[in-house]
Design a protein around this ligand. Structure first.
Ligand SMILES: Cc1cc2nc3c(=O)[nH]c(=O)nc-3n(C[C@H](O)[C@H](O)[C@H](O)COP(=O)(O)O)c2cc1C
Length: 388
């Protein structure tokens, strides 16, 4: 590649400059206690900064205790939770990445099992482990699926306090030193469940037509933007489509994105699915870059920055998405679990860092010398790369 790769070109959003366009997508690891980050989160998120990403998201952080998905979720509902997050963010920033926090409320998908215990509603086996279920709230009293907990409908007069919880979470997020704040409006959690006609059957001003269903996410965005500093970007993650009959669709998302932009949201992070059925139900057929068309359409029709995510695994794939102006940021999740140094390897694959200069010195010093002087083992029969 002769031109400098776009994937590795810095991007400025408001006063924030990212060293490249590679984002580690928010990923719950269900390893917190009482919503507090610990050494696990430091090592887990720290490795992505060492690995060269431009922006590192920490996992969905609950704005109130009953808004956790599981007992292991990270929280941002009380001041004690600030310092452990700040410790992680300080490390991430010291290694050249910028930090993002996703504030979230699980709504009717709260009180669930950690994935490795089943990903369903908490049951007797979980009770025996000490993981007790709790009362869940939602847009309407409609469970995610058969056998799931019935959410209590949030009363209209509870909404102002709920908005205040998001605002308080945003203030705490600021105190953690986060560079970016993202509002989680995707995957069937509370805000997505207000947006979708599948889960919102309310008769008050927070339900009904699309404008009514968008009201709560928009009011929260406006209130959060008012306390989130002007020089810092605000992201909003959407499920661009429910992927279910009579659900939220891409035209709805374009309208929402325009409204969000008018309120000062800078980036729409384009995911999909999750409104009903199994917790991780796809709704949309999984194939490489399956959600990129959403980022592309919203970018074009709402005229704002979009983040593409979902089965983006190859540096050339990521570079092509940016070159074709289908999105502005590339988020990776599972591929980063597989290879936390993905960004550095992408630079190598795109020919941008032949001398390992982007690596932390503690690694790069060795790796460049190994590259110059070493011969590598070749499996028997593999003549293609055999060393004479
Ligand atoms: C372990 C794990 C945890 C996740 N947790 C979150 C989360 O906290 N918030 C969120 O918006 N998405 C979450 N996601 C979705 C990812 O951010 C991402 O959108 C999805 O995995 C698709 O990207 P990928 O194909 O690169 O993995 C999670 C995904 C995984 C694999």
């Amino acid at each position: 590649m002769t031109e400098h790769p776009l994937l590795l070109t810095p991007l400025r959003i408001r006063e924030l400059e990212l060293r490249n366009r590679i984002v580690i997508s928010p990923m719950c690891t269900y390893s917190a206690e009482d919503g507090m980050m610990n050494d696990w989160h430091l090592a887990h998120l720290g490795q992505f900064a060492i690995g060269g990403a431009g922006l590192v998201f920490c996992e969905a952080s609950a704005v109130e205790e009953r808004g956790r998905i599981t007992h292991g979720d990270v929280g941002i509902w009380k001041d004690e939770q600030i310092a452990p997050i700040k410790r992680v963010f300080d490390f991430v920033k010291a290694h050249g990445a910028r930090t993002a926090i996703q504030i979230a409320h699980a709504g009717r998908k709260a009180s669930m099992q950690r994935p490795w215990f089943g990903s369903g509603p908490l049951d007797d086996t979980d009770r025996a482990r000490g993981d007790l279920p709790w009362e869940i709230v939602g847009a309407s009293p409609i469970p995610v699926d058969e056998g799931w907990l019935l959410p209590r409908e949030l009363a209209s007069d509870e909404i102002p306090a709920l908005i205040e919880q998001w605002v308080a979470a945003a203030r705490r997020a600021l105190a953690t030193g986060a560079d970016v704040l993202e509002i989680h409006g995707a995957h069937g959690y509370l805000l997505a469940s207000f947006l979708s006609p599948i889960s919102n059957r309310r008769r008050d001003r927070y339900g009904g037509d699309r404008a009514g269903r968008m009201r709560l996410p928009l009011e929260i965005s406006e209130a959060v933007r008012a306390v989130w500093p002007d020089d810092k970007p605000l992201f909003f993650r959407i499920s661009a489509v429910d992927g279910a009959e009579n659900g939220w669709n891409l035209d709805d998302s374009v309208v929402l994105a325009r409204e969000l932009k008018a309120l000062g949201v800078d980036v729409v992070d384009c995911s999909s699915g999750g409104i009903s059925g199994a917790a991780t139900a796809a709704g949309v057929k999984r194939q490489p870059g399956y959600q990129v068309p959403y980022a592309e359409r919203i970018r074009k029709d709402a005229d704002l920055i979009t983040q593409a995510v979902g089965l983006i695994t190859h540096p050339l794939q990521a570079e092509e998405i940016l070159r074709e102006q289908r999105a502005d940021l590339i988020a990776i999740a599972r591929e980063a679990l597989n290879n936390p140094h993905w960004a550095l390897h992408a630079a190598a694959a795109l020919g941008a860092d032949p001398e390992f200069e982007d690596w932390p010195t503690q690694y790069g010093w060795w790796l460049v010398r190994r590259e110059r002087s070493s011969v590598y083992y070749q499996p028997p029969g593999d003549q293609a790369g055999a060393v004479e």
